[in-house]
Design a protein around this ligand. Structure first.
Ligand code: ADP
Ligand code: ASP
Ligand code: MG
Length: 412
């Protein structure tokens, strides 16, 4: 039997009893004949606590030092999990990113994995030991500690599975699998038994934090069979895999929401060649990702320009815009952090007209104003006032026929 990578998220290692549960699960997979690599996140709430400490010291932390602090949550967790495996009579060795050698670029806080040298892990596996690897962290070429962005342990796990040629990667979390919408805000959400890489990628990039986007990209690129399961249940979970005929043939397969966005509006931007390039170039130089962009038609040579960024980047994005006000003659920079992006996703949309209109009709019927719209072949997103998030998700879920029978539960 081959190698199996299992990733346990924060709630799955949230206390000592849960850590013992992880140890028992790992040993069970080992007893079934697998080489087992565990990827472990910080204990629930720990990364937020560490970020809180950083912010208490300074509101504008140096990103290298912030990574040094926030990466420690995973160090504690891997040590405890390795000890728990040993306490259960198994053999295990913990690894931090620099010991495996998970090499990333030097973009602190959102580093990307460049390569993995899994030699040390392979040796541990050959010796029959469970390898317990810290998620979320990496090392750059110069040996600095980096982190992969929130939810980054998912990406560590899938990247390791690809590097080791593992037969599967299992992501253990606090729900039974991937649902048609976040089961914690949509009580009628249904668990999917399978979902295509493409749809999962879309759901993840539209805010379904059950998997980090980069983890799905890696799985798709290297064809890693990716399972999402609950660490508190024996339910088979959801398989993320290549699209096939056995998948449900529906127009919309899921609803995603993202409250982690903020909108900036620039008034009276000059309507000249090079202006958009100047604005978005300056944001990109600061590694600030921009999502939806909307520009009004120009009047008297000036237009209004709105765009969204991730909420934690709002202050930095405002700073960048303030530095351009004089140069471009922009009359005001406004921002709104109380927004949410609600999206419908489905490969079935490719063959159906009128799906977006149906979405707009549902939102209108609930009295929800649409602030921005963005579409692609397999998704439609609307930016709305944050207070309408649940209402929008639930009404769309019902409209597109996704509601489950009342008896289906979400947890193990
Ligand atoms: P972990 O700490 O295990 O990595 P996360 O909190 O990062 O767990 O991800 C699991 C959470 O993702 C669930 O508790 C759920 O609220 C959320 N989620 C959002 N969208 C979905 C979805 N479509 N299916 C399942 N879970 C979802
Ligand atoms: N501990 C990190 C976070 O809270 C990474 C992860 O959980 O995947 O974002
Ligand atoms: Mg997560």
């Amino acid at each position: 039997m081959g190698c199996l990578v299992q990733k346990y998220g924060g709630t799955s290692v949230g206390d000592v009893e849960r850590i013992r549960n992880v140890a028992r699960r790992a040993l069970k997979a080992r007893a079934a004949g697998h080489d087992v690599v565990l990827v472990v996140s910080a204990m629930a709430g720990e990364t937020n606590r560490l970020l809180g400490l950083v912010r208490a010291v300074t509101p504008t932390p140096n990103e290298r030092e912030q990574d040094v602090v926030v990466a420690t949550g995973e160090q504690v967790a891997v040590g405890l999990v390795a000890l728990a495996i040993q306490a259960e009579g198994g053999e295990a060795t913990s690894f931090l990113a620099h010991q495996v050698r998970i090499v990333t670029d030097a973009v602190h806080g959102k580093a990307r994995i460049q390569h993995i040298d899994a030699g040390a892990l392979a040796q541990t596996l050959r010796a029959g030991r469970v390898a317990v690897v810290a998620g979320f962290q990496g090392t750059d070429d110069e040996g600095n500690i980096t982190t992969l962005g929130r939810g980054g342990s998912d990406t560590t796990a899938v990247a390791l599975a690809a590097a080791l040629g593992a037969e599967a990667c299992e992501i253990y979390t606090d729900v039974l699998g991937v649902y048609t919408a976040d089961p914690n805000i949509c009580p009628s959400a249904r668990k999917l038994s399978r979902i295509s890489y493409e749809e999962m990628l879309e759901l993840a990039s539209l805010g379904a934090k059950v998997l980090q986007i980069r983890s799905v990209e890696f799985a798709m690129k290297y064809r890693v069979p990716l399972w999402v399961k609950s660490s508190f249940s024996e339910d088979p979970g959801t398989l993320v895999c290549a699209e096939d005929a056995a998948m449900e043939q529906v127009v919309v397969s899921g609803i995603a929401h993202d409250r982690n966005q903020a909108r900036i509006t620039l008034r009276d931007v000059p309507d000249n060649p090079g202006v958009a390039s100047r604005i978005f170039g300056a944001l990109s130089d600061r590694h600030i990702e921009v999502d939806i962009i909307v520009q009004t038609a120009a009047r008297e040579g000036r237009a209004d320009l709105s765009f969204t960024v991730n909420k934690p980047d709002l202050a930095a994005a405002r700073e960048v815009m303030a530095s351009l006000v004089g140069e471009l003659g922009i009359t005001s920079v406004e921002s709104d952090g109380q927004i949410a992006k609600v999206s419908i996703v489905g490969v079935g949309m490719r063959n159906h007209a009128g799906v977006a209109a149906r979405m707009f009709r549902v939102l209108a019927a609930e009295g929800i104003n649409i602030q921005m719209i963005s579409t692609s072949e397999i998704k439609v997103s609307c930016v709305v006032d944050e207070k309408y998030t649940e209402l929008a998700v639930r009404s769309l879920h019902t409209e597109f026929g996704l509601d489950a029978a009342a008896s289906e539960g979400i947890r193990g």
